[in-house]
Design a protein around this ligand. Structure first.
Ligand SMILES: C[S@@+](CC[C@H](N)C(=O)[O-])C[C@H]1O[C@@H](n2cnc3c(N)ncnc32)[C@H](O)[C@@H]1O
Length: 289
């Protein structure tokens, strides 16, 4: 791959998906895109780049999807799900006792193991029986969303992180695969969504899981996403990040829980809805009070 083609692809990926590649990641791009070029009947990356430059949206999407990392597994890192069961859900059960409804957003949900892990936690939480719990799973990649919707997993995938009792309870074996039972699948809604774009139309949430995606973005992109997410999280709602991610030093829209690693609450000094409100709007809101 020529330095010029690499520069072009780096910029394209940054603009389209937020992926922030350093100058020495040519090998990664080649390892993902040469197979894609061959599949499309092209000799190499130069032809792929030419196709994108000719205005092929389909090829652009394929390149962006091929460069995303979709690694995930059930109950990944365990701790966020302990926080959910031990702190987040008990507090929400009390706070939403009148409404008896919860909205949970799993941003960058990949092939579904994360939103379905959340769904199984909800199912196993007796105090939420009879509540309306909406779990929204979003991802940039249509391909992973399709797999997530099907809820079909290989033996290898169900062996990663899923307790055997839950496999027996919530899955049905179909040939060599395991399918999540319809009641758990029905708890999760899917929608394609690019975190770089406006997501305010999704409404407000009580819990947001946004794990293992922001690590691929630069500081400015992360800060922008944190600010926009803070506006969509209820004032007493919680944000869960991945083990290698933090808001510290990037944004003051959220504050970490001192004893719950990876869990954040909106900064009350920048209230959920005021978080990244333009100054002009803040003045209008203040005048109306
Ligand atoms: C490593 S997976 C993480 C999956 C899951 N959250 C977990 O922690 O196991 C990252 C996911 O982020 C998605 N992704 C990458 N860039 C994105 C963007 N700009 N907007 C939304 N999703 C994105 C990828 O398609 C991929 O499925």
């Amino acid at each position: 791959m020529t330095p010029l083609d690499y520069g072009y692809l780096r910029k394209l990926l940054k603009d389209r998906s937020g992926l922030d590649l350093s100058s020495d990641k040519q090998y990664l791009v080649e390892s993902r895109l040469i197979p894609l070029a061959r599949k499309a009947g092209m000799p190499g990356i130069a032809e792929l780049v030419a196709k994108i430059k000719s205005g092929s949206d389909a090829m652009t999407s394929e390149v962006v999807e091929a460069m995303t990392t979709n690694e995930t597994f059930f109950f990944r890192d365990k701790i966020p799900f302990d926080h959910l069961r031990e702190a987040v859900l008990p507090a929400l059960v009390q706070a939403r006792a009148n409404r008896r409804a919860l909205r949970i957003w799993c941003a960058a949900s990949s092939t579904g193991q994360e939103p379905y892990s959340i769904a199984m936690c909800i199912k196993e939480f007796p105090a939420l029986a009879g509540w309306r719990v909406e779990i929204l799973a979003t991802d940039l990649s249509q391909e992973v969303l399709e797999k997530s919707k099907a809820g079909l997993y290989s033996q290898f995938e169900v062996q990663r992180g899923l307790p055997i009792q839950m496999l027996v309870k919530y899955f049905t074996q179909t040939g060599e695969l395991w399918q999540l039972n319809a009641d758990i699948r029905a708890m999760v809604q899917h929608r394609q969504l690019n975190l770089l774009q406006d997501f305010s139309h999704l409404g407000t949430f009580d819990v947001i899981f946004c794990r293992n995606v922001l690590i691929y973005f630069d500081q400015e992109t992360k800060a922008g996403i944190f600010d926009r997410m803070a506006r969509m999280l209820e004032a007493d709602g919680d944000l869960a990040l991945g083990a290698a991610e933090s808001v510290v030093g990037i944004s003051d829209a959220f504050r970490p829980y001192p004893e719950r690693r990876g869990l954040y609450r909106s900064n009350p000094e920048r209230t959920a809805r005021g978080a990244a409100m333009p100054q002009a709007l803040k003045m209008v809101a203040a005048a109306a009070r």
